[in-house]
Design a binder for this molecule. Structure first.
Ligand SMILES: NC(=O)c1ccc[n+]([C@@H]2O[C@H](COP(=O)([O-])OP(=O)(O)OC[C@H]3O[C@@H](n4cnc5c(N)ncnc54)[C@H](O)[C@@H]3O)[C@@H](O)[C@H]2O)c1
Length: 390
């Protein structure tokens, strides 16, 4: 049986060769914070919007303590809870393990889930080091496990449209790119330490730089070499919210990097979580020999295209609409706009199709490994003051 996609949703072509029934798939979710809520919402919502091969069943939620797990399970609609993520992984009712716990837990939980034969849906960054990310990737590939990593911003129909425009040659040969992921959530020196400032896998580059790296790889292909500067803006932060005690910051608050792509394009990125005034500026401008494109997640339903018609100088604003699949799965009317959580719903629809045997659109662990390698290359460059090849 094929995955049926409703015409009105203007989905991609139906995928061939699947043996599917409308079955339930048990979801084991680790973590019930910001991303845990987002994942749970996506799993609850997806069947009502997409003709997915499995109906997700919110089976078991794991969190750090029994109290957190119980409260999280109740709030997010899970049948059961546990404070032992290994029990979640081993649970026979769980087919997909979704990991929204702090970065240091991504590797051990993923490796355990792979060993148990479960599909793994892991948040970004894939891990804390490229070595661990490689181990995770090799384990998944050796076991034939479906993996997906939460680079949800790639699911935006405007980003897909940008890639189509670039690969069609419409804006010519790509020569330059300027990318940025800037937010202000650590802009106060009193924003406390958390897993995000853990020297093991933390820092602005890993936390949000991973998003702009993954997006530029999606749009322009592999990065050949990098030259970076990583900076800590605030030397200390409170050890916990409202605590008077402060501890040194050992990760970057802000990274700038020059990039050279394998396709010959060159440019720069900035990762900055202390960017006063910015809330979600995951943005880029890409210039080609015949045109240019620009995007910011702060206006995520818009793509700007410069096509250089004489007398019509300036960017044209393209607004998201049902013609941009899968916008139509959410709304039949232009201008009504998708939101952040909708990107996760799209991601989960693709995860469920991949779990059922459809070609995995990724980013899978191997692609996320390349992002991790890029992060490490930038950190190495900042330490050595030289270009680092990937
Ligand atoms: N894709 C995105 O857009 C996006 C956005 C934000 C965060 N993230 C990623 O999601 C992950 C979580 O980030 P967050 O913002 O949700 O953090 P968070 O602090 O809000 O949530 C983390 C959750 O993990 C739980 N946890 C901690 N230790 C645990 C343990 N031993 N066992 C089980 N659960 C445990 C915490 O109690 C909490 O519920 C990170 O890897 C982060 O990089 C991705």
């Amino acid at each position: 049986m094929r995955v049926r996609i409703p015409d009105w949703a203007k989905q991609d072509e139906p995928r061939e060769g699947l043996t599917l029934g409308k079955r339930q798939i048990g979801i084991g979710l680790v973590g019930s914070g910001f991303m845990g809520r987002c994942h749970a919402n996506a799993f609850r919502t997806v069947s009502g919007l997409f003709d997915v091969p499995f109906d997700p069943k919110l089976t078991i939620l794991a969190d750090a303590t029994d109290d957190l797990a119980r409260d999280g399970a109740q709030a997010l609609g899970f049948e059961r809870f546990t404070s032992d993520w290994q029990a979640l992984v081993d649970d026979p009712g769980v087919g997909i393990v979704a990991i929204t716990a702090p970065n240091v837990l991504h590797a051990p939980i993923s490796l355990a889930a792979i060993a148990a034969g479960k599909t793994v849906y892991c948040e970004k960054p894939l891990s804390t080091t490229a070595t661990l990310a490689l181990e995770m990737t090799q384990a998944a590939e050796a076991a034939g496990i479906t993996t997906m990593v939460g680079f949800n911003f790639l699911r935006n129909p405007m980003i897909r449209l940008a890639r189509e425009i670039i690969t069609s040659g419409e804006i010519g040969e790509i020569t330059g790119v300027r990318g940025r992921h800037a937010e202000n959530y650590m802009a106060s020196p009193d924003a406390p330490h958390s897993f995000r400032t853990d020297p093991a896998g933390g820092g602005a580059l890993a936390d949000i730089g991973s998003h702009i790296i993954s997006m530029l790889r999606y749009l322009l292909g592999p990065i050949a070499e990098v030259h970076a500067d990583c900076r800590t803006i605030f030397p200390t932060r409170p050890v916990a919210p409202t605590s008077p005690e402060r501890a040194p910051v050992k990760v970057d608050d802000m990274t700038h990097a020059l990039l050279r792509f394998e396709n010959g394009a060159a440019g720069s990125i900035e990762a900055n979580w202390a960017a006063t005034a910015r809330t979600m500026d995951l943005s880029w401008e890409i210039t080609g020999t015949r045109g240019a494109l620009a995007f910011s997640q702060e206006a995520m339903n818009e793509l700007r295209l410069w096509s250089g018609i004489p007398g019509r100088n300036g960017y044209t604003r393209i607004e998201a609409e049902p013609a941009h699949s899968p916008y139509g799965a959410f709304c039949p009317a232009p201008g009504h706009h998708l939101g952040f959580n909708d990107l996760k719903v799209i991601e989960v629809a693709e995860l469920l199709a991949a779990h059922a045997g459809a070609p995995n659109p990724g980013p899978d662990f191997r692609e996320a490994l390349e992002v991790q390698r890029c992060i490490e290359a930038m950190q190495k460059s900042a330490r050595t003051g030289s270009w680092v090849a990937l």
